[in-house]
Design a protein around this ligand. Structure first.
Ligand SMILES: [Zn+2]
Length: 153
């Protein structure tokens, strides 16, 4: 333990200042959280966080472990609450799911709409064109066979 030269308190956090802004002080100055609290980090800054069984002792059961130490185990209630929190859908998840459903519905609706007159005529024209081409190829093949030629496939 150190003793603060300014206020006389005893503690582990005493700081001695020899200069301020590069100017040496005529006499070194002590300060501690008792006399200069604004000069030190708050207590929570340096202290460890509380464990779950320290913060919420009624949500844990203490059990003696085989090595003699004490173990803390979450109650079934805390475990169920925690699992529910993990499994619950977040706002982002919900929005993403709704967007995915809306996109799927739009895609299905787009696929099911009936063809326009122009689209029908275009498809029929393409089909007739391919059919005519196929008939010509078959005729050419038959003509070639008639004179004893074999055309490549
Ligand atoms: Zn002090």
């Amino acid at each position: 333990m150190a003793v603060c030269g300014s206020c006389g308190r005893e503690g582990t956090r005493v700081r001695t200042i020899f200069e301020i802004n590069g100017k040496p002080l005529p006499v070194p100055l002590d300060e501690c959280p008792g006399c200069k609290p604004g000069s030190f980090e708050p207590r929570w800054w340096t202290e460890r966080g509380a464990m779950g069984w320290e913060a919420y002792p009624n949500q844990y059961k203490a059990r003696r472990m085989p090595d003699g130490s004490v173990g803390y185990f979450a109650t079934d209630e805390l475990r169920a609450d925690t699992e529910a929190k993990i499994a619950r859908e977040s706002e982002d998840d919900r929005r993403a799911r709704e967007n995915a459903i809306a996109r799927k519905r739009q895609a299905v609706a787009g696929a099911r709409r009936s063809l326009t007159q122009g689209e029908q005529e275009s498809i029929i024209a393409k089909y007739r064109e391919q059919e005519a081409k196929g008939i010509e190829e078959r005729k050419a093949r038959l003509d070639a066979m008639a004179v004893g030629l074999q055309l490549p496939n």
